[in-house]
Design a protein around this ligand. Sequence first.
Ligand code: PNS
Length: 169
Amino acid sequence: MATVICPGSFDPVTNGHRDIITRASGMFENVIALVVINVSKTPAFTHEERVDMLRKVTADLPNVKVDSYYGLLADYVRESGAAVICKGLRAMSDFEYEFQMALTNKKLVPEADTIFLTTRSENMYLNSSLVKQIALFGGDISEFVPPEVLGDISARLCAPNQKERGEQL
Ligand code: PNS
C-alpha cells in the first residue's frame, strides 16, 4: 500500500497546506500529514495545537492520518515504511530550500523520494507567517485558512497580550 508523508510545521495550517494534502490523498492510498519541528522557526502554536488543527481540517479525508514527530523526518519515513515525501512548491523562492531538504533526505533515507506539487495560483502568496501577522493585528484571515480552524487561530492570536506574541513571530 503506497503511503505518502506530507510533512510541515503547520504553524498554523493554511488553505495551501490543505490543498496539497487533499491532492496527495487523491493520488496515494494512505497519507500521513506529519507535524515536525523546523529548527529555524519559533512556533506560535504548540505541537498539540497544530496536530489538533490539522486533524480538524483533514477530518473529511478518510485516507489521511495526522501524526507528529520530534526528530528527523528521515527517521520517521524509514520507521513508517513510506516511500514518498510530498511537499508543496509555491514559487522559485521555495525551490532552493526544498531541493536542499529533498537531497538531504535522499541521503538519509535512500529508499524514499520527495515529490513536489505546485501550489494553486490562489495560494501562491500564502504562508503561515503572513496569516499569523494578519490575525495578530485583528485582520481578516478567513480567505487564507480552512473554516474549521478559523476560530482557533483567531482566538489564540488575537489575545490581549498581542504585543508579546508579535515579538515572537
Ligand atoms: O513547513 P516547513 O516549516 O517549511 O517544513 C519544514 C520541515 C518541518 C518539513 C523540515 O524542517 C523538517 O523536515 N523538519 C524535521 C527535522 C529534519 O528532518 N530536519 C532535516 C531536514 S533535511
